[in-house]
Design a protein around this ligand. Structure first.
Ligand code: DQA
Length: 144
Protein backbone atom coordinates (compact mmCIF):
# COMPACT_ATOMS: atom_id res chain seq x y z
CA UNK A 1 0.00 0.00 0.00
CA UNK A 2 1.16 3.53 -0.74
CA UNK A 3 1.47 5.53 2.48
CA UNK A 4 2.80 8.87 1.31
CA UNK A 5 1.17 10.07 -1.87
CA UNK A 6 2.11 13.12 -3.93
CA UNK A 7 -0.47 14.83 -6.16
CA UNK A 8 0.82 17.30 -8.74
CA UNK A 9 -1.34 19.67 -10.76
CA UNK A 10 0.36 21.40 -13.66
CA UNK A 11 -0.19 24.71 -15.46
CA UNK A 12 -3.57 26.43 -15.64
CA UNK A 13 -5.25 23.91 -13.37
CA UNK A 14 -5.47 26.62 -10.69
CA UNK A 15 -8.16 28.11 -12.94
CA UNK A 16 -10.44 25.07 -12.84
CA UNK A 17 -14.02 26.17 -12.31
CA UNK A 18 -13.61 29.33 -14.36
CA UNK A 19 -11.46 27.99 -17.18
CA UNK A 20 -13.36 26.72 -20.26
CA UNK A 21 -16.19 25.21 -18.18
CA UNK A 22 -17.70 23.41 -21.17
CA UNK A 23 -14.51 21.34 -21.31
CA UNK A 24 -13.36 21.22 -17.68
CA UNK A 25 -16.63 21.67 -15.78
CA UNK A 26 -17.43 23.92 -12.83
CA UNK A 27 -15.49 22.19 -10.08
CA UNK A 28 -12.61 24.18 -8.60
CA UNK A 29 -9.18 22.80 -7.82
CA UNK A 30 -9.76 23.35 -4.11
CA UNK A 31 -12.88 21.15 -4.29
CA UNK A 32 -10.83 18.39 -5.92
CA UNK A 33 -8.06 18.77 -3.34
CA UNK A 34 -10.54 18.66 -0.42
CA UNK A 35 -12.04 15.46 -1.75
CA UNK A 36 -8.58 13.88 -2.12
CA UNK A 37 -7.54 14.95 1.39
CA UNK A 38 -10.73 13.42 2.81
CA UNK A 39 -10.16 10.08 1.03
CA UNK A 40 -6.52 10.04 2.18
CA UNK A 41 -7.36 10.89 5.75
CA UNK A 42 -10.04 8.17 5.93
CA UNK A 43 -7.41 5.70 4.71
CA UNK A 44 -4.84 7.16 7.13
CA UNK A 45 -2.48 7.91 4.28
CA UNK A 46 -0.29 11.03 3.99
CA UNK A 47 -0.98 13.20 0.98
CA UNK A 48 0.86 16.27 -0.38
CA UNK A 49 -0.82 18.31 -3.09
CA UNK A 50 0.94 20.97 -5.15
CA UNK A 51 -0.15 23.05 -8.14
CA UNK A 52 2.42 24.90 -10.21
CA UNK A 53 2.41 26.78 -13.48
CA UNK A 54 6.18 26.31 -13.84
CA UNK A 55 7.85 23.31 -15.43
CA UNK A 56 11.07 23.66 -13.41
CA UNK A 57 9.12 23.87 -10.14
CA UNK A 58 7.23 20.68 -10.97
CA UNK A 59 10.57 18.99 -11.74
CA UNK A 60 12.05 20.18 -8.43
CA UNK A 61 9.09 18.75 -6.53
CA UNK A 62 9.44 15.43 -8.35
CA UNK A 63 13.14 15.33 -7.38
CA UNK A 64 12.22 16.10 -3.76
CA UNK A 65 9.70 13.27 -3.73
CA UNK A 66 12.68 10.96 -3.38
CA UNK A 67 13.86 12.75 -0.22
CA UNK A 68 10.33 13.06 1.14
CA UNK A 69 9.78 9.34 0.61
CA UNK A 70 6.63 9.81 -1.47
CA UNK A 71 5.78 6.33 -2.67
CA UNK A 72 3.22 7.17 -5.35
CA UNK A 73 2.55 10.10 -7.69
CA UNK A 74 -0.74 11.21 -9.22
CA UNK A 75 -0.05 13.83 -11.86
CA UNK A 76 -2.10 15.99 -14.15
CA UNK A 77 0.72 17.74 -15.99
CA UNK A 78 -1.71 19.86 -18.03
CA UNK A 79 -0.17 20.95 -21.32
CA UNK A 80 3.30 19.80 -20.18
CA UNK A 81 1.97 16.28 -20.76
CA UNK A 82 2.23 16.94 -24.47
CA UNK A 83 5.52 18.85 -24.49
CA UNK A 84 7.83 17.99 -21.62
CA UNK A 85 10.53 15.38 -22.01
CA UNK A 86 12.12 17.03 -18.96
CA UNK A 87 9.12 16.12 -16.77
CA UNK A 88 9.21 12.56 -18.07
CA UNK A 89 12.94 12.33 -17.34
CA UNK A 90 12.42 13.66 -13.80
CA UNK A 91 9.82 10.98 -13.05
CA UNK A 92 12.07 8.29 -14.53
CA UNK A 93 15.02 9.61 -12.52
CA UNK A 94 13.27 9.08 -9.19
CA UNK A 95 11.51 5.88 -10.32
CA UNK A 96 8.23 6.77 -8.63
CA UNK A 97 5.14 4.79 -9.71
CA UNK A 98 2.49 7.13 -11.05
CA UNK A 99 -0.91 7.58 -12.67
CA UNK A 100 -1.48 10.26 -15.30
CA UNK A 101 -4.83 12.01 -14.87
CA UNK A 102 -6.70 14.40 -17.13
CA UNK A 103 -10.03 16.05 -16.39
CA UNK A 104 -11.03 16.07 -20.05
CA UNK A 105 -10.80 13.23 -22.55
CA UNK A 106 -7.65 14.35 -24.35
CA UNK A 107 -8.28 11.81 -27.15
CA UNK A 108 -11.54 13.54 -28.08
CA UNK A 109 -9.88 16.92 -28.54
CA UNK A 110 -7.17 18.45 -30.77
CA UNK A 111 -4.77 15.84 -32.18
CA UNK A 112 -1.75 17.39 -30.38
CA UNK A 113 -3.34 16.36 -27.08
CA UNK A 114 -3.15 12.68 -28.06
CA UNK A 115 0.63 12.75 -27.61
CA UNK A 116 1.72 12.20 -24.03
CA UNK A 117 5.35 12.01 -22.96
CA UNK A 118 4.20 10.30 -19.76
CA UNK A 119 1.68 7.59 -20.69
CA UNK A 120 4.07 4.84 -21.69
CA UNK A 121 5.92 4.99 -18.36
CA UNK A 122 2.75 5.42 -16.25
CA UNK A 123 1.00 2.60 -14.42
CA UNK A 124 -2.19 3.90 -15.97
CA UNK A 125 -3.94 6.87 -17.49
CA UNK A 126 -7.37 8.24 -16.58
CA UNK A 127 -8.71 10.81 -19.01
CA UNK A 128 -12.16 12.35 -19.25
CA UNK A 129 -13.69 11.41 -15.89
CA UNK A 130 -13.35 14.81 -14.22
CA UNK A 131 -12.91 14.78 -10.45
CA UNK A 132 -13.70 11.05 -10.26
CA UNK A 133 -10.54 10.38 -12.26
CA UNK A 134 -8.47 11.86 -9.43
CA UNK A 135 -10.49 10.02 -6.79
CA UNK A 136 -10.11 6.67 -8.57
CA UNK A 137 -6.39 7.26 -9.04
CA UNK A 138 -6.04 7.96 -5.32
CA UNK A 139 -7.99 4.85 -4.33
CA UNK A 140 -5.79 2.80 -6.64
CA UNK A 141 -2.65 4.38 -5.13
CA UNK A 142 -3.83 3.67 -1.59
CA UNK A 143 -4.19 -0.02 -2.46
CA UNK A 144 -1.07 -0.16 -4.59
C1 DQA B 1 -5.66 18.57 -19.19
C2 DQA B 1 -5.62 18.33 -20.70
C3 DQA B 1 -4.46 19.06 -21.34
O1 DQA B 1 -4.43 18.83 -22.73
C4 DQA B 1 -4.57 20.54 -21.09
O2 DQA B 1 -3.46 21.21 -21.62
C5 DQA B 1 -4.78 20.88 -19.67
C6 DQA B 1 -5.68 20.05 -18.86
C7 DQA B 1 -6.91 17.95 -18.55
O3 DQA B 1 -6.90 17.82 -17.33
O4 DQA B 1 -7.87 17.63 -19.24
O5 DQA B 1 -4.28 21.88 -19.18
O6 DQA B 1 -4.52 17.97 -18.61
Amino acid sequence: MAKNILVLHGPNLNLLGVREPTIYGNISLSTIDSSLRKIASEAMVDISIVQSNHEGHLIDIIHDSHLKRNDFLIINAGAYTHTSIALRDAISAVSIPFIEVHISNVYKRESFRSLSYLSDIAIGVISGLGISGYESALRYAINY
